[in-house]
Design a protein around this ligand. Structure first.
Ligand code: C2O
Ligand code: CU
Length: 541
């Protein structure tokens, strides 16, 4: 294991990734952000200097942060934002996990504006059931031509719960070429230097493509013309090789596939990623829901990097599956085995969008809608409360809601003490689907479906090797049942990963291991951010 140092500056730049000019929030001038790459066991030290006009914060999606909950970077829950003109050092060790991850801003909706990047962890522990000779990253993302801070207030205004801002298009690894003739004239558009993402793959070799949905809102259907491929990884979890020719990937999810470059005689193929636009509130007439990349076969000696005709291949062209849900990973794709123990407790959540007391459309868990406190994040409040023996930070029984310690309308905190195995059953009363993400853990997906979970099937669920992952889709009017072993102390968020829904309050928290957490000393620089009066600049969350 080694220590890897990164020096990052966050700033705003003018960019035109698809041809349309807009402001992007970037790291070291790069969009998407730089690759973080390490071996399991390494320690990462990432110095982030905020040279932007607003505060910011970075989160390492899917990282356990065991013992370093302070470095989770989720504003309002574990950290205060980094004010403009200041710096913060993230430092954590990657333990017990490997595969494909990513990082993104966790302050306001800044990740929608470009503040994200890939994070790959290599390990001899990774079960690579299928050999491959090259390794690529394919970030898929919906893309907006306006700053998210301009779109958010309209969405959060009265009665707009079903009017999530609709993306103007999509990008692969930050690239696409838009047809300027179809772009609203209020935008500046010149796509002459825009290009498509291109993947030069050595022919007759096998290649790993790591797909990451780094977008704000849209799910994608992904396929490569003429090619079947083999799924080997889901959200950092190795799975038994599973042949596919298309998969659906929701916001924040990752899928690694192995693609064999042996479909001769052609040598260029379209990689297609289509936003599931029928799940949008409205579909703008000019929306190009499909973004393409180029898969190009090369021989080791080839040098003709640039002069290539575009692929002429055609899509698989089946009827699109019309439901807005995950690839049904729970039954079809067994994880590399790790049996789920029996649950000790069950937390039942109802998620919904409701028109609240002030006629604002808010996202809810049970009767709570998250709004971060402007002062200390809940973790720091809990440490202070627990270490001083303040009774309201304790609940008499394990699994209780900490409704005395926090304003329960804003902060739903479920306390889990002792080494418990926790089931979370979520019922979605909303007409939209939501990719739910749990910080600090991978969970088993024990079931998902339409309507209500049938309790009489509870004892007969597959617990032998169900899929583990960190982000799962719950369909509209559906349910999902997940299970995790609460062995990682800290304050962990559970939230919808759609940027707009998170901003509307669809988040709750688990406080795991209160006696451990109550003994933590808050590192000085973590406390320092919370003492800075400028910390909330540019957004409340
Ligand atoms: Cu990708 Cu709260 O995180
Ligand atoms: Cu959602």
């Amino acid at each position: 294991p080694t220590t890897r140092y990164y020096n990052w500056t966050v700033s705003e730049v003018d960019g035109n990734p698809d041809g349309v000019s807009r402001t992007l929030i970037v790291i070291n001038g790069q969009f998407p952000g730089p690759l973080l790459e390490c071996n399991e066991g390494d320690t990462l030290v990432i110095d982030v200097h905020n040279a932007g006009t607003n505060s910011t914060s970075l989160h390492w999606h899917g990282q356990y942060q065991n013992g370093t909950n302070f470095m989770d970077g989720i504003t309002g829950v574990t950290n205060c934002p980094i004010p403009p003109g200041t710096s913060f050092r993230y430092k954590f060790t990657v333990r017990g996990q490997h595969g494909t991850y990513w990082y993104h801003a966790h302050f306001s909706t800044q990740r929608v504006d470009g503040l994200f990047g890939p994070f790959i962890i290599h390990s001899p522990m990774e079960v690579t059931s299928v050999e491959y000779q090259s390794d690529r990253i394919v970030m898929l993302h919906d893309h907006y031509h306006d700053l998210s801070s301009a779109l958010l207030p309209t969405y959060l205004a009265s009665d707009n719960e079903n009017a999530e801002p609709v993306p103007n298009g999509a990008l692969i690894n930050g690239l696409n070429v838009i047809d300027c003739a179809k772009v609203d004239p209020r935008y500046k558009c010149d796509s002459s230097s825009a290009r498509l993402a291109r993947f030069d793959l050595e022919k007759d070799k096998s290649h790993r493509l790591r797909f990451i949905n780094v977008g704000a809102f849209a799910e994608f259907d992904v396929e490569v013309d003429n090619h079947e491929f083999i799924l080997i990884e889901v959200d950092g979890v190795s799975v038994l090789p599973y042949p596919l020719h298309r998969f659906r990937i929701n916001v924040a999810q990752r899928y690694s596939i192995i693609l064999a470059a042996n479909h001769h005689p052609e040598s260029s193929f379209w990689l297609r990623a289509r936003m599931i636009a029928h799940c949008f509130a409205s579909i703008p007439e000019n929306l190009e829901a499909e973004v393409r990349g180029i898969i190009h076969y090369v021989s080791p000696s080839s040098t003709d990097k640039d002069q290539l005709p575009l692929p002429t291949t055609t899509s698989w062209n089946e009827a699109m599956e019309l439901e807005c849900k995950d690839l049904n990973t729970t039954e079809l794709i067994p994880a590399v085995a790790m049996a789920a123990p029996k649950a000790d407790m069950m937390v039942r959540l109802r998620s919904n969008f409701e028109i609240g007391g002030y006629a604002l459309s808010r996202g809810y868990f049970n009767s709570t809608s998250w709004r971060p406190d402007s002062g200390a994040p809940t973790l720091l409040q809990a440490i202070a409360g627990l270490s001083s023996g303040n009774a309201s930070f304790r609940t008499s029984d394990s699994g209780g809601m900490m409704d005395k310690a926090f304003d329960v309308k804003r902060q739903m905190v479920v306390k889990v003490d002792g080494l418990k195995t926790v089931d979370v059953l979520i019922d979605n009363f909303d007409d939209g689907n939501h990719p739910f993400h749990l910080h600090g853990y991978q969970f088993w997906v024990l079931g998902q479906g339409r309507g209500y979970f049938n309790m009489s099937t509870y004892e007969s669920l597959n617990t032998t090797n169900p899929l583990r992952r960190d982000t799962v889709t719950i369909e509209q009017y559906g349910w999902v049942l997940i299970r995790f072993v609460a062995d990682n102390s800290g304050m962990w968020a559970f939230h919808c990963h759609i940027a707009w829904h998170l901003a509307a309050g669809m988040l709750m928290q688990f406080l795991v291991g209160g006696d451990v957490v109550g003994g933590w000393e808050i590192p000085e620089e973590v406390q320092g951010l919370c003492d800075n009066p400028e910390r909330q600049r540019g957004g409340g969350i």
